[in-house]
Design a protein around this ligand. Structure first.
Ligand SMILES: NC(=O)c1ccc[n+]([C@@H]2O[C@H](COP(=O)([O-])OP(=O)(O)OC[C@H]3O[C@@H](n4cnc5c(N)ncnc54)[C@H](OP(=O)(O)O)[C@@H]3O)[C@@H](O)[C@H]2O)c1
Length: 371
């Protein structure tokens, strides 16, 4: 390790956010497993969800394979889920920000799975413009390929743990945009395609146990766009990550409630999945000696999983029976858990929905102005 790297690591250790990650997040994780243990062994109404593969009805003969969009499919959990679902016969649409990484993963999947159906699209989730252009290209591709204009599964998986404040073209915080605003806008834009599905369709949001570390929360346009963090002398990155994951969870429950109110012949379900701690590239901005140490300790505690195991809760969410919606999968084996008390707060949910919808509307209007 060079002097520069050592100095960087020492400075990082002096940051309170590092200790928040190390201590508070570990407590949140242990609490999640403890609750899961109590629920599995002592709760009378502990429910396990069997996995049921998607069925394609005769009315939808034009859909040969259920179409699944996975964001952040070029690394870690997203890549592992893409392999698993391609093996199961889904038509996989990989959405990622780097064309090189996308073409690499497409060839890897096609090399390993003979009859894999894979298509890649470039999208930067921190940019509304990019999300909109992804939606338009996707629709055009469905039309050109003579595929039914619908999708069966959207997995909002992409996410980052950014350690510094970075501003997007839309003047927002990069981490809030990638982890929350981007998935919100993408889901809103793709909802008509999910609703057009001939079989029940589903949104799976990949959230995190770190949402439990948020003890109080204020929801305004400034907080969810992350603009308020630009005024702070140091970027509270651990707080922002937890906050973004709690927002995604609140959004999951509210979208579930709202789609349930609309009567459609084939319904859309909305589910949250929490993989626990998984060894991926998520800690890429943390000094490598510290992330290696963290993984080492987590492994000793028996809490670290490989991506192939970590995707269990995501696959549970994907394969839960069609009527399953508004639940939080954690721990694999079809197990769900109650998320934090804040995540069920109806005032927060409403404030978040209103503020997010306002941002979405502003972006829609801005994009119309530029076209
Ligand atoms: N690993 C864990 O312990 C853990 C625990 C709980 C929840 N999660 C959640 O699981 C999800 C997947 O994370 P991971 O652990 O697999 O991390 P990862 O290996 O770093 O993968 C993240 C993926 O998101 C993509 N991505 C990042 N920013 C993007 C953007 N602006 N637009 C489009 N794609 C973007 C990355 O693309 P590039 O490769 O191009 O950067 C990458 O494919 C995240 O939402 C994370 O919060 C992870």
């Amino acid at each position: 390790m060079g002097i520069k790297e050592l100095k960087g690591a020492l400075m990082f250790v002096c940051n309170g956010e590092f200790w928040r990650m190390g201590v508070i997040w570990t407590i949140s994780l242990i609490r999640s497993y403890f609750n899961l243990f109590l629920q599995t062994h002592f709760a009378r109404k502990s429910k396990l969800y069997d996995r049921s593969p998607p069925s394609v009805s005769s009315a939808s003969a034009s859909i040969r394979k259920p179409l699944c969009i996975i964001t952040g499919a070029t690394s870690g959990l997203g890549a592992a889920v893409s392999y698993a679902l391609a093996k199961e016969g889904y038509y996989i649409v990989l959405a990622g920000r780097s064309l090189d990484s996308l073409s690499k993963i497409v060839s890897e999947i096609q090399e390993q799975i003979d009859d894999a159906f894979v298509k890649a699209f470039q999208v930067d989730l921190s940019s509304y413009k990019s999300i909109l252009s992804f939606k338009l290209s996707l629709q055009q591709w469905l039309l050109d390929s003579d595929l039914h204009c619908s999708i069966q599964l959207l997995i909002n998986n992409a996410g980052i743990l950014a350690t510094s404040y970075r501003i997007t073209a839309e003047q927002c915080d990069k981490m809030m945009s990638t982890n929350y605003i981007g998935p919100f806008c993408l889901t809103k834009l793709l909802l008509p395609l999910l609703e057009q599905s001939h079989i029940p369709s589903r949104v799976v949001n990949v959230t995190s146990f770190t949402h439990r570390s948020v003890s109080s929360m204020e929801v305004t346009g400034e907080t969810i766009s992350g603009q308020c963090f630009s005024k702070l002398s140091s970027y509270p990155f651990a707080h922002v990550y937890e906050y973004s994951k709690l927002c995604l969870l609140l959004f999951t429950y509210e979208l579930h409630r709202q789609v349930g109110l609309v009567e459609k012949s084939h319904s859309v379900s909305v589910i949250a999945a929490d993989p626990g701690v998984v060894k991926t590239n998520i800690m890429r901005e943390i000094p490598s000696c510290l992330s290696c140490l963290a993984y080492y300790v987590l492994k000793l505690l028996g809490l670290l999983q490989s991506p192939e195991v970590g995707i269990d809760s995501i696959l549970d969410a994907v394969h839960a029976p069609p009527e399953t919606s508004g639940v939080y999968f954690f721990g694999g084996n079809g197990r769900t858990l109650r998320s934090s008390r804040l995540s069920y707060n109806s005032k927060l949910t409403k404030d978040l929905w209103d503020a997010s919808s306002q941002i979405f509307l502003e972006r829609q209007l801005a994009s119309q102005d530029t076209t």
